[in-house]
Design a protein around this ligand. Structure first.
Ligand code: APR
Length: 304
């Protein structure tokens, strides 16, 4: 069981077995996290970089060195994509997190602290840097038990903390998509915003009997359908929770158009964790559902 928490602090002070360095391809130190880690960890780290990475490190790859004078035993160096230089393939950023966890497993680290890779000098938009971090850490099989996402400034810490809470809502949508994939096409999903505008809501029910469904509000945070759903929950676990709460649901495989439409909706939500809205006070749905409350980004109504 792997936990994921947001921490406000300095990556070099983390007492985890390993900390992750947001390095560059040359692997000879730099500014930001890279500079801080080399300064705090001492010359041993640079010597190990030269010895173990004579030709540097590829973008999206990761490799370990000693932690030197740091509290952490290892530094896992990874090179994130440089958004400012035009490297905008999210798969490279996801790879940095996935490879770092794989390297942590190679050395046997049980706890690891990540900075927000590429979100500084490499100018990756922070909201997307956070959702890429959360979703990749959640989806990567690892023996690491404790993962920290370390924010250097209070704003980033607040953004990571609220992204972790709102991840429950994204996991619920992904769980519904998983049920459609299993053939439960009659599962209908209706997201809305509470009149206060403060909370996102979603109703999940059987098309044959939508009123007798499950109702979730983001105010309930990780409590869902009688269980707990957080950023680390898998779509399969959420699908099982929904099925337990809707015992009358049958795998009828009889609405492929709805299932395809919904899968497209979730694909539009995932990159920024922008939650969908089908109805709300003062919300004009003529142009379809909205992806991200107030974003102006629309998604077509579900097929009849
Ligand atoms: N502890 C935790 N987080 C930190 C620290 C620190 N001591 N210093 C900076 N950060 C945060 C930044 O605010 C940013 O959100 O870490 C995130 C990553 O910032 P960078 O260190 O600039 O890393 P990145 O954007 O991946 O750019 C990498 O910058 O430092 C150079 O040599 C490095 O060329 C490489 C590039």
């Amino acid at each position: 069981m792997t936990t994921l928490v947001a921490v406000h602090g300095d990556i070099t002070a983390q007492t985890t077995d390993a900390i992750v360095n947001a390095a560059n391809n040359a692997m000879r130190g730099g500014g930001g996290v890279d500079g801080a880690i080399h300064r705090a960890g001492g010359p041993e780290i640079l010597r190990a970089c030269i010895e173990r990475f004579p030709d540097g490190l590829g973008t999206g790859d990761a490799g370990w060195t000693t932690g030197g004078r740091l509290p952490a035993k290892w530094v896992v160096h990874t090179v994130g994509p440089n958004h400012g230089a035009g490297q905008r393939d999210r798969a490279l950023l996801e790879s940095s997190y996935r490879r770092s966890l794989q390297v942590a497993d190679e050395v046997g680290a049980r706890s690891i602290a990540f900075p927000l890779i590429s979100a500084g000098v490499y100018a990756w938009p922070r909201r997307e840097a956070i959702s890429a971090a959360i979703d990749t850490i959640a989806a990567t099989p690892t023996s690491v038990e404790e993962v920290r996402l370390v924010a250097y400034d209070a704003t980033a810490h607040q953004e990571i903390s609220s992204a972790l809470v709102m991840a429950t809502s994204v996991r619920i949508l992904q769980g519904a998509r998983e049920l459609h994939r299993r053939g439960y096409h009659r599962l209908r999903v209706k997201p809305s915003v509470a009149p206060s505008g403060m909370y996102w809501r979603v109703a999940l029910g059987d098309a044959a009997d939508p009123a007798a469904g499950i109702h979730y509000t983001s105010g309930a945070e990780t409590e869902f359908a009688g269980g707990r759903v957080d950023a680390m929950s898998t779509p399969g676990e959420v699908a099982d929770l929904i099925l337990r709460a809707l015992p009358g649901l049958r795998a009828t495989n009889d609405a492929p158009a709805y299932a395809a439409w919904f899968a497209g909706l979730v694909a539009a939500v995932e990159p920024q964790h922008a939650l969908p809205v089908s109805s709300a006070d003062y919300f004009d749905d003529t142009d379809g559902w909205e992806i991200g409350w107030g974003s102006g980004l629309r998604y077509p109504h579900p097929p009849e």
